[in-house]
Design a binder for this molecule. Structure first.
Ligand code: 13P
Ligand code: SF4
Length: 369
């Protein structure tokens, strides 16, 4: 049995689930969920496709989901419909008796993969040759692996999400004069720019080049070191898409995720996390017009849930998060039925060596949030 759109099916027994009609998948997911009852919690990120999103007990952006996971001490199984860094975060914030499951282990995040512990450690060594370690705070976007969160925790740094990046950066600047921000250059730049930090105080760190491609003098002067990472989905939105919608639909509001480039963010009316985008459009007056710069599944749902408004997708291209998309109804059903049968598939376990400091970095963020 082939995956319907040609993706590799990760587990042999999963092949039995793909021929099932959607109604059967729905029925069996609802049944197994009911049987697992209070032992189970399904979390769903706002980019998940409808066929799994509708089964989530709690939905939201990365911050909301991590806060909620941290409060759930009595659920034995947490099935995370999202991507790997989110499931790792849930594992760090829950007890060792609780089991976090990612229905498809191939659901990663291409941006998170743009920074790894070896290149970040090398960068840190290079930077701290010119700048004392006590004057720089490492901040990682939550879209990163657990070892990078641990790296930050151990060095007085912390995690941020798209909701609280500004608050976290302000906190860091109260303590030390510089920040190293990874892996998303755009969230870092857009946030710092809105805080009034001039562009000439930010430098881009290219991990493939010595000193990140910067002159030692520039390293000494800079306040913000931005890792050269980006989201392949959000980089598809271009400034001319904003111009097109403004011209075509007078009065339209442009709302984008901060992972969009600075050129797009600067032309937009509003910028914020997936939860902020959903809340803003949902609470907007009837008849208002919106062009939304974030993932397609979210925008299509927003369009459907707001028939009294005009909601457009801010790109002629299909900007879908292909890794989020990997979590489908067959994977969800398969993982739940395996759980019920006593076999825990695709459990995410953060190694003990990373867990302690990663938890420190996450808890610093949660305290500030
Ligand atoms: P949010 O935290 O805004 O949901 O964003 C997560 C993400 O991966 C966006 O691409
Ligand atoms: Fe990662 Fe981009 Fe997908 Fe978000 S949309 S999970 S940043 S690849």
């Amino acid at each position: 049995m082939e995956h319907p759109i040609g993706l590799k099916i990760s587990e042999p027994d999963l092949a039995d689930y793909y021929p099932l009609p959607p109604e059967t998948l729905d029925e069996r997911i609802a049944d197994v969920k009911a049987r697992l009852s209070d032992r189970l919690l399904i979390l769903g990120h706002n980019y998940q496709r409808d066929e799994v999103y509708k089964f989530a007990d709690y939905k939201g952006d990365s911050l909301k989901l991590s806060q909620y996971a941290a409060q759930q001490k009595d659920r034995e199984y947490i099935v995370f419909c999202g991507v790997k860094f989110m499931a790792e975060t849930a594992d760090i914030l829950t007890t060792s008796e609780q089991k976090v499951i990612l229905p498809d282990l191939a659901a990663g995040c291409s941006m998170a993969d743009m920074a790894d512990i070896d290149t970040v450690e090398t960068a840190w060594q290079e930077i701290t040759r010119f700048i004392p370690e006590s004057s720089i705070t490492p901040i990682t976007y939550i879209n990163s692996s657990a070892d990078l969160k641990a790296f930050c925790g151990e060095r007085g740094g912390l995690v941020c999400t798209s909701t609280n990046a500004e608050r976290i950066i302000r906190w860091a600047f109260k303590r030390r004069e510089k920040i190293l921000f990874f892996p998303d250059q755009h969230l870092g730049r857009n946030t710092c720019k809105r805080m009034g930090i001039p562009l000439n105080e930010m430098i881009l760190w290219d991990p493939a080049k010595p000193n990140g491609g910067n002159h030692p003098e520039a390293l000494q002067k800079a306040r913000v070191f931005l890792w050269q990472g980006f989201c392949s989905v959000h980089q598809m939105f271009q400034p001319h898409h904003v111009d097109y919608f403004r011209k075509q639909y007078p009065g339209i509001k442009i709302i984008v995720h901060p992972e969009c480039s600075m050129e797009v963010a600067d032309k937009s009316d509003l910028m914020g996390s997936t939860e902020y985008i959903i809340r803003t459009v949902t609470d907007a007056p009837s008849g208002s017009r919106w062009a939304v710069g974030t993932e397609l599944n979210l925008v299509n749902r927003l369009k459907r849930d707001n028939p009294d408004k005009e909601v457009y997708f801010l790109s002629p291209m299909v900007c879908m998060c292909s890794t989020m998309f990997r979590i489908d109804a067959p994977h969800l059903l398969w993982s739940l039925e395996r759980l019920e049968a006593g076999s825990i598939v695709n459990r995410i376990i953060v190694p003990e060596a990373d867990r302690t400091w990663a938890k420190v970095a996450l808890e610093r963020m949660l305290e500030l949030a």
